[in-house]
Design a protein. Structure first.
Length: 168
């Protein structure tokens, strides 16, 4: 939800800024707006998916407790953790893409409206930290092995990429 709010704030600044631009500039900024709107819709979908994926994780652990450590029950936990990890990792990537667009919007933002981009950046930073933390929790519960290492590496890459994004 915080990611969607941060992206929405950037969209608001971009749309307000459009009014002062010539046709060529409007065309360029409209491309950024369309991408931000796409990212916001994806973030909103994650809002709806997150509780479902969480319920899947809880249900898989209940089945494991009921059935014992059967292959089927363990596979259910593995799958649920993967799905939960993937959702949060995708959210982190989406947030990084949105943050990359802030300088594009900023190039056209004039006056005090620019402050809202700074707030947007802060919201995106908080949302990113939350997505990474939640993804990492899922990795902690994964069994040692190839998949866990892959997830750890993927998180490290996303964090490294995001760490290079600065806006203020």
């Amino acid at each position: 939800m915080v990611a969607a709010l941060g992206i929405s704030l950037a969209i608001m600044v971009a749309k307000i800024s459009l009014k002062r631009l010539n046709k060529k500039q409007q065309k360029g900024l409209n491309k950024g707006i369309k991408l931000l709107e796409h990212l916001r819709r994806n973030a909103e979908q994650i809002i709806d998916l997150d509780p479902k994926v969480y319920k899947e994780v809880i249900a898989s652990y209940k089945r494991l407790k009921q059935l014992g450590k059967t292959e089927k029950a363990q596979a259910g936990v593995k799958s649920a953790l993967q799905n939960s990890f993937r959702l949060q990792a995708d959210l982190a990537l989406l947030i990084a893409m949105a943050k990359q667009l802030l300088p594009t919007v900023d190039a056209f933002a004039e006056g005090s409206i620019r402050n809202d981009l700074i707030v947007s950046s802060g919201l995106l930073d908080g949302a990113f930290k939350g997505a990474i933390a939640t993804a990492r929790v899922n990795v902690v519960y994964m069994k040692q092995g190839k998949q866990r290492r892959h997830c750890e590496q993927a998180l490290a890459k996303v964090e490294q990429k995001y760490g290079k994004l600065h806006f203020e």
